[in-house]
Structure formats: C-alpha cells, structure tokens
Ligand binder design. Structure first.
Ligand code: 3H9
Length: 692
C-alpha cells in the first residue's frame, strides 16, 4: 500500500487501482483530501499496469462535501475543479464506490467519475441549499443531465438525501453492491467495465434530458410558484433554480460559468454565513464542557409519561417512533382515551400523506400502553411528567414518583417555566431529576431545552442529551430560571408587542413586520392560534388588559372565529375593525397618546430587548454559549435560519448599535431596556457574542 499523503493511499490489485480517502469524521474535501485525490489519480493514470480506478472512503461515509470550515480562507493546493478535471478526463475508467452519504462536493466528485456503485444503505444528495449555498462544483450542471431538470430542481432546493435504490432507478448510481462488501463489489464492477470495454461515460456529455426541457420556461415558473412559501426569505433556493435553468438553456461550459458566478454571490453573502454558523452551532450545542463525551450514559429502554394531553401525547410519540415502549399514566379513563385517540389520529394523518404505512402505525401504537395505575411506572427507566404548569401538583407528582420509580430511573419534568430545583427537592434523589422542555407540537418541533438542576448528575445529563438526539431532536442544555432561555426571551417580545399596540401600531402591522423579518408568524397571529384564553379566568377578568377585554367579548382566537383578527370559515385572517376600535378606546382610557410607529421601531422594540435578555442569560450562565441561544430560537420558535438566531443577528448589526438603541429606548421607556452588563462589556472591549 502506498500512502499518497496523510489521508489518502493507493493500492493496485489485479490491474485495479483503489484510491482510498481516510479523513475522519466525514471525509470532507479539505485541502489534504483534494491533494491526495489529485496526486493519487495522476499516479494511477501514469501507471501503465492500472486499467481502472476505484475511489472509495474509509470510515463511516463517502465524501460528505466540501470542508465547510475552509470557506472564506485562502485557497490551498489542488482545487476541487482540478481534481474533477483529472478524474473526468482520465484515459481509464474511474468508479466511485459509495457508502454512507455522498453529499455536496462528494457527489460532485462522484459525478465526474465515469461510473458509480453503492451499497443499498448509501444515500446521495446535494444539500448545499441547507447551508445557504448551491452545488458549486458542477453539481447543478451534471445532476439534471442524469435525473432530468424536474427531479434536479427538487433535489437541489430540498437538499434531500436520496436512498441508493432510488439513485439506481434514476441512473445516478450504476449498480448496487452487497452491503458491507463495497470494496470487493466496486473492484469487480471495475473489472467488468474493463472486460466489456465500456465507454468512459462523461455526465457532462449527456444532453438529452436537458435539451428536452429547453424552451419550457413554465417548468421553472411553476416550480417557483408551487414552492414560494417554502423558499420565503431565502436566497439560496432561487440561485439553485437559476443554475438548473442554466443547465437547460446553455452549453455545459457556459452553464458552469453561470453556476460559479451564482455560487460566488451566495458564498460571500450573510445568509450562507448564518446558515453555516447554524450548522456548526447545532453540533456544538451537544458539547458540554463539564460533561465530556465519554461520560457514561444510563440505558433507557422503557419510558413512562405522566399526562396524556397534547404535550404528553406528542412526547410519547417521539419514543414510540424509535421503538421504545411507553407507559402513559392518566388520572381519568376519559382523558386517557382522548389522549390515545389523538395520537392515533396524528399517526393516521401521517399515513394518509403516505409518510407511514398502516403496519408502521400499528407498530407504533402497539408501543403505547395507557393506564390509570401510577404503580405501572415502577419499572421504567425514565419518566417524563407532562401535566399542566402548577408547582404544587408537580411537587406532589415527583414525591409520588420518588416512592414509586426504581432506583436510578431518570425523573424528568416537561415544565416550560418552573423551578426544576424546587421540583427535584420534592424527591430524595435530586441527582436523577432533570427538565426536558419539549416544544409544541412535541412530535414535530425539533427543540428540547434540557434543564440542568443544581444537583442533576452528569450521567443523567449525558443520557438525556444522547436520547434527545436518538429521537431526532436538537437538545440544548440550559440552567434553571423562569421560562429558561426561549420563553424568557419571548416574554420580552410579547411585552413590547402589547405596549406598541397601545402606542399606535396595530397588531397586523407588528405581525407583518415580524413575518417579513422571517418569523413564521407574528405575536398576535400566534396568540390567536394558541387561544387568547390560555390562563384567562372569566370570574376574575376585569377588562384590565386588551386580552381580557377580547376574551370577555368572546374573541378568544381562531377557535371562536375571532381574536385579534377576524377569521372566515377557512380560518383566513383579516384585520378587525372591531379590535382596532377596542384598542383605540382602551389606549385613550389609559391616557396614552397614539402616534405613527415605523417598521424599524417595531423591530428595535421587539427584538433588541430579546437580544439584551439573551446577554443577561449568558451573564448568569443559564446558557453555555451564545450559539446555544440561537439554536433554541431557530429550532423552537422558527427564527429564520438565514439570520442565524438573535445573538448572531446582533453581531451582524454590530453590538455598539444594539447598545446605543437600547440606551435610547431606556431613556424613553424605562428600565425594561437597561442594557446588560455583558453587552456593555463586550462593546467596551470591541468584541461580539461570537468571541465569548
Ligand atoms: C459543498 O460541498 C460545496 C460544494 O458544492 C462546492 C464547493 C466549491 N465540513 O453531522 P455530524 C463535521 S458544501 C466540515 O454530527 P452525522 C461536523 O461538524 C457541503 N465538517 O454527523 C461534526 O464535527 P464534530 C455540502 C463537517 O453522522 C462531524 O463532522 N455537504 C462537514 O450526524 C460529524 O457530523 C453538507 O452540507 C463538512 N462538510 O451526519 C453535508 N460535515 O464532531 C453536511 C460534517 O466536531 N454534513 N462535518 O461536531 C452533514 O449533513 C452531516 O454531517 C452528515 C453526517 C450527514 C455527513
């Protein structure tokens, strides 16, 4: 075996050169990998005894893309383009042997090979769009030449990882080899190519599929229209579409030039930076400084959930989905039946969309057991309590759990606000108690705030973080404080939105500004969706807030056909003249003079205090790092990923400006805007949140 460099080696067996890349964790196309490929290929080409070349990877995956950490740095060594030219123009067949995932630049390298083989478990995709980019190494020009422009549009704008069998059907892969025997399979395939004297197939020369789409601009217009909502605010999807258009309308080399120019626009822009930051932020959130990666974890093979309401049911589904049996405890048969029926309905709806088979629905439902017997929790490995937010009730439940659950069982609370230490103190085993704050709907939303109590053990933290990943969630560790990270910051925005309405901005103005900023909906549309009467009490309601007045008028949100907005039968919202009058009357009763409020002020009043609260959270050590806060906002509240999260956004505005605006707002509106000490310090030191 001859080492080409520290991450590649070349060995020739029976006339077939096998060029192996071994660059953990994901064989990304870093400078040494590119160099190794370049020199390995040139050696194999020069060697007259070599009849064909197989490019294969060691470790868990084929090349998973360009090395994202190299973007923005000075180029070094062989470029990806040089490598691809060398492969595509090789005078002997080159076969890509794919396992794991061939993604982005990885698939683009494979597409310059003359043939591709894969194991059945492999997947291929061009996921650049998810990091604000487009495939910039010919992917947008070669892919449609194999799969056709329509399928290519779908693939590059969704970034989906396409299973090998589908790749085979689409012609993206030429042959599947036996699982676990990729090397042997690829060598045998290469020998077959040589024996049969098959041509050196260059994807760039396959023009039939792109040519047949030429002169049909409706393909692109229709696609843009059908996906406008999905692409809202993002730059990358449209740039990807423009590249596929170029593939259809231009000769290959011209199309490559268009791809390059559009790639450059994206890679130098703020959206790509934000989306790449977010990619790494999500992975960094799993790293906890004092809970090292080798911390032992506890086995969680069975779960108990207390409460079959919306949250309890959604939480239970996450575990049933991965085959963990769940015991759901309720206090009344009626509530239990209702909860289980809701879960069944959710699964059935997913099945109707073709995303689950009936057998899968039955299997998952089969993992759920409902009971009224609290004692059924005696043997489970972990319990998640999901009853309503009442400290006395939670303490009572945890005391009972302490008496019931087996030693070492993890006792988790799904509280969204309450003090996990106080809950833990109701047991004699606070080291086993932790918060798992799921977001609603819990079977859909990706975020879990994992709340660390003062006494929570490291094993319990490590277990819950790993388990969250297993059920497909993004977990962020946070400390105990009212509302933890997400809801604590949200409270700032809600307070200001309510105040702004009395000062003259209408609910739909505020919602429009925040929607245009990229949020899924504004605070008033959100209240209407959730129901204005959550936490409202008719008996004690005294028309003392707008919300009370609206609830008293039976305008309780979408469910009553009216809230801040009026709704038609299809739940389409319309600004309400009634509400406008209610607001005007209430403001005048309060002696507030209304005024015109600009969109800019709406952003500053609602978002800057959130940033300030985020800084306080960091100051108090309730979040480990600024990027963790951003992960929470992107995955729990739909903050637009192309703006990177509130803390990243603050850095892009510049902290001196944020501080300055907060000071002005403090002078006008009081200490709700008092800048945090951390923000003052960072500005004084010329630093940003990312420097922390
Ligand atoms: C591109 O290719 C551009 C080209 O079109 C053209 C250029 C001209 N770079 O996710 P995991 C790290 S753009 C650097 O936890 P999994 C990751 O940070 C790229 N590092 O594992 C983590 O590090 P750590 C297009 C990368 O098994 C570790 O690897 N490709 C890269 O759950 C493990 O990652 C993509 O967008 C990278 N490209 O999932 C694919 N990828 O351990 C992005 C990963 O220190 N990657 N790392 O935290 C993925 O989707 C997933 O990582 C993958 C594995 C599915 C591969």
């Amino acid at each position: 075996m001859a080492a080409i460099n520290e991450v590649t080696d070349l060995v020739t067996e029976d006339g077939i050169a096998v060029l192996t890349i071994n660059s953990p964790p994901v064989n990304a196309l870093s400078f040494p990998v590119r160099d190794g490929l370049f020199h390995g290929m040139s050696r194999a080409i020069e060697d007259a005894s070599v009849q064909a070349v197989v490019i294969i990877c060691a470790g868990r995956t084929f090349i998973a893309g360009a090395d994202i950490t190299e973007f923005g740095k000075a180029p070094r060594g062989a470029s990806l383009f040089d490598v691809q030219q060398m492969i595509e123009n090789a005078p002997k067949p080159v076969v890509a042997a794919i396992h794991g995932t061939a993604l982005g630049g990885g698939l683009e390298v494979a597409l310059t090979c003359h043939y591709r083989v894969a194991v059945p478990s492999a997947k291929c995709g061009l996921p650049e769009v998810n990091i604000g980019l487009l495939p910039g190494a010919g992917g947008t020009q070669r892919l449609p030449r194999i799969v056709g422009p329509e399928r290519a549009l779908e693939m590059v704008t969704s970034g989906e990882h396409v299973p090998a069998k589908q790749c085979l059907a689409a012609g993206l892969v030429d042959e599947l080899t036996e699982e676990g025997k990729l090397r042997e399979g690829a060598i045998a395939f290469a020998k077959k190519i040589v024996a049969e004297k098959r041509p050196l197939k260059k994807v760039r020369d396959l023009n039939e599929k792109v040519e047949s789409a030429r002169g049909k601009p409706e393909i692109f217009a229709d696609f843009r229209k059908a996906n406008a909502k999905r692409f809202r605010g993002f730059m990358a999807p449209d740039h990807n579409i423009r590249c596929i258009e170029a593939a259809v309308n231009l000769p290959f080399d011209e199309g490559m030039k268009a791809e390059r120019a559009l790639f450059q626009e994206l890679v130098t822009g703020i959206q790509a930076k934000a989306q790449q930051y977010s990619f790494f932020a999500e992975r960094t959130a799993a790293k906890i400084p004092d809970v090292p990666a080798d911390t032992p974890t506890l086995p969680v093979k069975t779960l108990g959930v207390i409460g079959a309401g919306t949250m309890g049911g959604g939480i239970a589904m996450n575990f049933a989905n991965i085959g963990i049996p769940v015991t759901i405890v309720e206090t009344s048969q009626e509530a239990l039946d209702r909860g289980l029926a809701t879960i069944k309905r959710n699964y059935d709806n997913t099945a109707k969309k073709g995303k689950l088979t009936q057998a899968q629905v039955d299997e998952r439902m089969g993992k759920l057991t409902g009971t009224l017997d609290f004692g059924a929790l005696a043997n489970v490995d972990m319990v998640i309590e999901a009853v309503f937010e009442n400290m006395d009730l939670k303490k009572e439940i945890f005391a009972k759990l302490d008496a019931t659950a087996k030693p070492g069982a993890i006792l988790a609370s799904n509280t969204s606000y309450l003090d996990v230490n106080e809950i833990a103190a109701a047991t004699k085993r606070p080291e086993s108690v932790i918060g798992t704050h799921f977001f609603s709907p819990a079977n859909v939303m990706k975020l879990v705030e994992v709340v660390r109590g003062d006494k929570t053990s490291k094993e319990v933290i490590a277990t819950v973080m790993a388990l969250s990943k297993k059920i497909g969630k993004v977990a962020v560790l946070v400390g105990v404080c009212f509302g933890f990270v997400g809801n604590r910051m949200l409270a700032q925005r809600q307070r200001e939105a309510q105040k702004l309405v009395l000062e003259g901005a209408l609910p739909w103005d505020i919602d429009r500004v925040l929607y245009d900023f990229g949020m899924p909906m504004g605070p008033f549309a959100m209240s209407d969706l959730a129901g204005l009467d959550v936490g409202w009490n008719k008996a004690t309601s005294k028309s003392s807030t707008l919300r009370e007045i609206l609830c008293e008028m039976d305008r309780r949100g979408q469910k009553t056909g009216a809230g801040y907005y009026d709704y038609d039968a299809q739940r389409n919202a319309k600004p309400s003249p009634v509400v406008e009058k209610v607001i005007a009357d209430f403001a005048s009763k309060q002696g507030i003079n209304t005024r015109a409020i600009s969109d800019e002020e709406i952003i500053e009043r609602t978002i800057y205090p959130m940033i300030n609260e985020g800084a306080k959270i960091l100051e108090e050590g309730k979040a480990i790092r600024a990027s963790d806060i951003d992960v929470i906002w992107i995955n729990g509240y739909g903050w637009p990923v192309y703006r990177g999260g509130p803390m990243f956004y603050a850095d892009t505005i510049g902290l001196p400006k944020v501080l300055d605006v907060l000071k002005q707002l403090q002078a006008k509106h009081g200490d709700d805007f008092k800048p945090s000490a951390l923000l003052e310090k960072l500005v004084a030191e010329g630093k940003s949140f990312r420097d922390l």
